[in-house]
Write a protein that binds this ligand. Structure first.
Ligand code: NI
Ligand code: MN
Length: 233
């Protein structure tokens, strides 16, 4: 059975006996995590939602140490290959591809396109932010919204598959806040909602219980994961 592990902020790992996939592996610099990527010895793929430092995180170290392939939008993927010779799979919003672990579709996200410089000073190009609709082994559907505003076409994402778990940013300021994330939950129709992208920094401090209350009032389930917590999918 695949498991979903949360590292705080927007960082996750999905893993089963055969495959290990990280999403936005912001680990060592993440105030909610602080994990040294050297402690991770299984990683086949890294999925990136966009080029901000709190999402690229430890991608380079993690990919190099584990010979992992980075799945990202074209501009970001080409940069990571050119500067760090990482194995890449470039995609763009609306496109899907089937990998050994399952299918990934890049979904729209409304967010900033600029990129933070890498710790070594290399500057990634502007890149389109995306969400990720992951169909793990064809049976479990996970929607990671990335950093995004609320948009009405989330309804279309919910119509495409019955989403098992939807990870939605709630921290406000840079992404949806609690009200808009709760409205998103009514559009997506997922079985379970997990709040992300909150309380990592002062500027995105919110009470996740307020989100859970709103989601549950709308008739949906919500689970607030603690950094390091893992659930079965
Ligand atoms: Ni961002
Ligand atoms: Mn972010």
């Amino acid at each position: 059975m695949p498991t979903l592990k949360y590292y705080g902020h927007s960082a996750f790992r999905i893993q089963d006996n055969q495959h290990t996939v990280f999403i936005d592996p912001y680990l060592s610099g993440n105030p909610l995590c602080g994990l040294d990527p050297k402690e991770i010895n299984r990683c086949d793929y890294i999925l990136l939602t966009h080029g901000h430092a709190d999402h690229i995180g430890d991608t380079v170290a993690l990919a190099q140490a584990n010979n992992a392939t980075v799945v990202a939008t074209y501009e970001l993927a080409m940069f990571l290959n050119a500067k760090y010779t990482l194995k890449i799979h470039p995609m763009a919003p609306g496109g899907a591809h089937t990998f050994p672990f399952g299918r990934v579709k890049m979904t729209p996200a409304i967010h900033g396109v600029g990129a933070d410089p890498m710790p070594d000073g290399n500057q990634p190009p502007p890149n389109t932010p995306v969400g990720l609709l992951i169909s793990w082994g064809k049976t479990k559907h996970i929607y990671h919204a990335g950093d995004t505003a609320l948009f009405g076409d989330m309804k279309l994402i919910g119509e495409e598959v019955k989403i098992d778990v939807a990870c939605l940013p709630i921290g406000d300021n840079f992404t949806m806040g609690i009200d808009d994330a709760a409205r998103a939950s009514t559009l997506l129709g997922a079985n379970l909602y997990i709040p992300i992208h909150f309380n990592t920094f002062e500027i995105i401090k919110v009470d996740p219980l307020a989100f859970a209350f709103r989601v549950e009032k709308g008739g949906h389930k919500c689970k607030i994961l603690k950094p390091g917590e893992k659930i079965d999918l």
